[in-house]
Design a protein around this ligand. Sequence first.
Ligand code: HEC
Ligand code: HEC
Ligand code: HEC
Ligand code: HEC
Length: 188
Amino acid sequence: MTFFSNPVVRTLAVLAVVGVGAIASWAVLDTAFHATGDYEFCTSCHGYEPIAAAYREDTHGGNNPMGFRAACNDCHLPHDNSLHYFWVKARHGIVDPTMSLLTKPEDIDWHGIRERREEFVYDSACLNCHKYLQEASEGNRKAFRGHRRYFKDPDDYSCVECHEHVGHNRLGYHLEEMGWHKSEGEKE
Ligand code: HEC
Ligand code: HEC
Ligand code: HEC
Ligand code: HEC
């Protein structure tokens, strides 16, 4: 029996090749993301839609006097470690386009998806920009009061549990206006 005819060795070899392939395709995807720019890539689908309209209406979407704009991935990718970051990025690069081929946007239960917001908006992302909240003191009431409990037990809360609609102003309204109904969940 040669080395490669051993079924265990063969399985391991196949897994190794698949693994390298997956990493390579991630790398290609990642390059593609950067080449097109996250915003351009994401809005190629989420562009002329309620989601982008609500985003442009929000502080984070450029509706502020400084002209600052947070990228989609600034909130929708985790910033805790690079493996997690890469994994979620690849998921948006594979699952999202697949779903968009299989369904029409008006048939997707967007209201239902919003109720899972804690699964696709990451505290580590928010804190990447709002890290000074942690150092806020009584002198800055707005920053201090709401977050005292959070920083005591970060695992018990999430940013979007309280800031549910941050990033997309009046998303519920924009979805309704576009006729993307579905689900009798929250609407605002
Ligand atoms: C400041 C953080 C932030 C930024 C920046 C941001 N989002 Fe969001 N996103 C959220 C939050 C929070 C929700 C849930 C909003 C709600 O339920 O009202 C959400 C919801 C979504 C949803 C689900 C919408 C639905 O109706 O089910 C999609 C898709 C989405 N965002 C895509 C994007 C895209 C594309 C961009 C860039 C153009 C972007 N987001 C920028 C925080 C953000
Ligand atoms: C090819 C079209 C397409 C592209 C490109 C795309 N999306 Fe999506 N996205 C979709 C569709 C369709 C859904 C609904 C999927 C479903 O039914 O779960 C979705 C769902 C989402 C959701 C909410 C659901 C979840 O579980 O995550 C977020 C957040 C999101 N996209 C963000 C992004 C971001 C950020 C980018 C850019 C990195 C992006 N999308 C690129 C089509 C796309
Ligand atoms: C790319 C940087 C960046 C990211 C990521 C980001 N923010 Fe912000 N955020 C800002 C800036 C800049 C402002 C406007 C100045 C200010 O009020 O501090 C702001 C304003 C806010 C405000 C007050 C004003 C308003 O319109 O709501 C809240 C609340 C907020 N952010 C929460 C969040 C939450 C929650 C997340 C994560 C889902 C998040 N931010 C992600 C940069 C960011
Ligand atoms: C338990 C609810 C709760 C949680 C969890 C929470 N916040 Fe807040 N946040 C508040 C309240 C309340 C305010 C004050 C709002 C006001 O008075 O306008 C606030 C205000 C803010 C502001 C504006 C501060 C200022 O100086 O004006 C930012 C930015 C912000 N939160 C970001 C975040 C981020 C990022 C997270 C997650 C790390 C988070 N919040 C988690 C309740 C919460």
